[in-house]
Design a protein around this ligand. Structure first.
Ligand code: GDP
Ligand code: IMO
Ligand code: MG
Length: 428
């Protein structure tokens, strides 16, 4: 049995896609278990960039099974566009499976997400407007439409007829938006259903059979710990569980069947959207990180907020997800810094905090306690072995492992597969 969960430890965009793609070379199956097209995972292979939103980042290997689990909210239009983009690049998409229990993102979800978030004014979350929150709301309100309904023409027509009038009321009365047309949605979604039907199955049975057969399975997290609906900086979070425990409910895999957890840690920190970010650098340092790292959102193109590594949140992620190894990414982006800082603790009202505060009022006002490291001022992007890294880079990494209490597993020094240093040989 060999199952590995890849989870984000910060606020997303840590490079999960790159790490999943790298490890997927040895995997038989890659499974997405939460989130939806709010994710933007960029994978670079042979100079070509692939931007993945719903497709698991195992898609670039021929023969690897790619599963969209029941915990994912599926926008069929987006999925089909992504599949077509892959086909146009000669990537095989015949190994995709979609859970019959996954919920379907409907047109009203996307509209309500956009208008709803704008309507919050200065309290807006800054969502990706992909309909993620509203789709999970309908799931929890037990009025969602699932993939098994989508592919059943009669059932889909019935469910849409039941739900659309109340959604149109909301659109018209609350958002002053034109109502959506039943026949148009029916026609559009029936055509998606026809295309996706052959890929739909009971992925719970599939994944568990594969585990029992000893196939190697990677579970690919989207978003990250600090965006988790319960453990993140609520309400500035997404609507699902990116922590490793999300696999149990989002893929139908029992906790005891999870062997290892890898936490992806960007060597510094970024955040897209609103909400507290204790180590944010609203200054030249933040600008330099953004420029050197080309930190602009994959999905929305928004400039990402930037700051120093916050080891407190990584330590918290380690605790929540039981992280065995860290995959540190984008270390090369720090190549040109004289000095690098790492937040190792938070202070509030003169006292060191032992926990991540639940109250945003407190979190927004903590004082980060920094340790300062001398930069290495060397191009590390071609280094293949840990021993060859500059001593100052190693000092930074070792301190990161110490403060977070998580072992170093992988060090990534560039977007490509061959820019990956494997420190732990037993991830699989
Ligand atoms: P994800 O959402 O966690 O998969 O991360 P994103 O794909 O949104 O953002 C990470 C970006 O960094 C992508 O463009 C990757 O190709 C790129 N990347 C990943 N690892 C490295 C690395 O070690 N160095 C550099 N320079 N880029 C990296
Ligand atoms: P990947 O998988 C970074 C953020 C949004 C917003 C909040 C809620 O690429 O790491 P949502 O649309 O989910 O309701 O938005 O979460 N967010 C992400 N930020 N990376 C992501 O995904 C994100 N997915 C959502 O910016 O602040
Ligand atoms: Mg991303």
């Amino acid at each position: 049995m060999s199952t590995v969960v890849i989870t984000g430890t910060q606020w997303g965009d840590e490079g999960k896609g790159k790490i999943v793609d790298f490890l997927a070379e040895q995997a038989d199956t890659v499974v997405r278990f939460q989130g939806g097209s709010n994710a933007g995972h960029t994978v670079a292979v042979n100079g070509e960039e692939y931007k993945l939103r719903l497709l698991p980042s195992g898609i670039l290997y021929k023969g690897t099974h790619c599963v969209i689990g029941n915990g994912v909210v599926v926008d069929p239009q987006c999925l089909i566009e992504e599949m077509d983009a892959m086909i146009s690049k000669n990537i095989d998409v015949s190994n995709i499976k979609i859970s019959n229990r996954a919920h379907v993102v409907m047109p009203y979800h996307k509209i309500i997400d956009g208008l709803g978030d704008e309507g919050r004014g200065k309290n807006k979350i800054g969502t990706t407007k992909r309909g993620i929150g509203p789709c999970y709301i309908d799931r929890d309100d037990r009025i969602g439409i699932r993939i098994c309904d989508l592919i059943d023409e009669e059932e889909f027509a019935k469910k849409l007829k039941e739900i659309l009038p109340s959604k149109n009321l909301i659109l018209e009365k609350i958002y002053n938006h034109a109502p959506l047309n039943y026949d148009e949605i029916l026609k559009e979604y029936n055509s998606y259903a026809e295309r996706l039907k052959p890929l739909v199955c009971d992925t719970i049975a599939l994944i568990n059979e594969e585990i029992d057969e000893g196939r190697k399975i990677l579970f690919e997290g989207a978003q990250a710990t600090m965006l988790d609906i319960d453990y993140g900086t609520y309400p500035y979070v997404t609507a699902s569980h990116p922590i490793s425990g999300g696999v149990t409910v989002g893929a139908g895999v029992a906790p005891k069947k999870i062997n290892k957890v890898v936490g992806v840690v960007k060597a510094y920190c970024t955040r897209v959207g609103e909400g507290p970010f204790p180590t944010e650098q609203l200054n030249e340092i933040g600008d330099k990180i953004r420029n050197d790292g080309h930190e602009f959102g994959t999905v929305t193109g928004r400039p990402r907020r930037t700051g120093w590594l916050d080891a407190c949140v990584v330590r918290y992620a380690g605790l929540l997800s039981g992280i065995d190894y860290m995959a540190v990414t984008r270390l090369d982006i720090l190549d040109d810094f004289e000095e690098i800082k790492m937040c190792v603790n938070y202070k509030y009202n003169g006292k060191i905090l032992n926990e991540i505060p639940a109250s945003l009022k407190i979190l927004a006002n903590v004082e980060p306690i920094y340790e300062t490291f001398e930069g290495w001022k060397t191009d590390i992007s071609k280094i293949k072995n840990y021993d060859e890294l500059p001593i100052n880079a190693k000092k930074y990494l070792q301190r990161m492992a110490e403060v977070t209490n998580i072992k170093l597993g992988i060090i990534s020094v560039g977007p490509n597969r061959d820019q990956t240093i494997v420190v732990a040989k037993d991830i699989y």
